[in-house]
Design a protein around this ligand. Sequence first.
Ligand code: BTN
Length: 259
Amino acid sequence: MYSEDELERGLTTQVFGRRLFIYDSIDSTNTCAKIFANKGAEEGTVVIADYQTAGRGRFGRTWLAESGSNLLFSIIIRPTYSTDKIGLLPFFVAVGIANAVETVTGMQCECKWPNDILINKKKCCGILMESTSQQNNFDYAIIGIGLNVNQKEFIGDLEGIATSLSSEGGREFDRRNVFSQIMSSLESYYTDVRKGDFNTALKEWKARATIFGKRITLTQAADVIDGIAINLAADGGLVVETETGQRVFHAGDVTIAQQ
Ligand code: BTN
């Protein structure tokens, strides 16, 4: 369980996390953050919970995380540029988190397209971005972050695929410390991103990506596409050289065929 005081004391940010809503248990921090955003909550507002009864992942999947062991939170942002850049937002978030995790744990993070973070090839963090807009202008975007911190066991579909900071680092980590590092790191990247400048975030994301130049399989519902990952497109899509030429994808699950 978090106390507001403890979380606030660790923060060195000006905006991110300065307005905090803390829950022991909630359906989904993203769902709750949307309600606050619709009521006008300011940029940087965070909803954080110890446990989610209906945590959501990409493609309508369920996000399962043990109570009291992990970081489950959502941040409200209100970008002022057009929604053309929406596909770039997850990259700044992934880099911000990777940077914070590396600082706290000393372990190297890998960024996996479009928005996963891996340690030793296993997923420790997922990001769910949701936004609403009117005529190409954002009302708000919700950055939902699920970071496995001290969870030890991953069962069922997650076995062998998911991990946590403690599983990889061999010790427990203070969730409040990890949280405040993430807030600082995200806020520092957001200074540029807020103005629509993603250059630094994209450069650092690419430096942590291992996909480029490799043969991959991209799965989109029933479609399975094989090819070589070439680059990121200007809008954040993945450029893949396929049998029928270069194609750009904006969603999907990627596996690397050759490591
Ligand atoms: C994914 O990899 O599929 C994204 C997972 C995102 C999970 C986080 S946990 C906090 C926030 N609230 C949710 O319901 N989902 C996100």
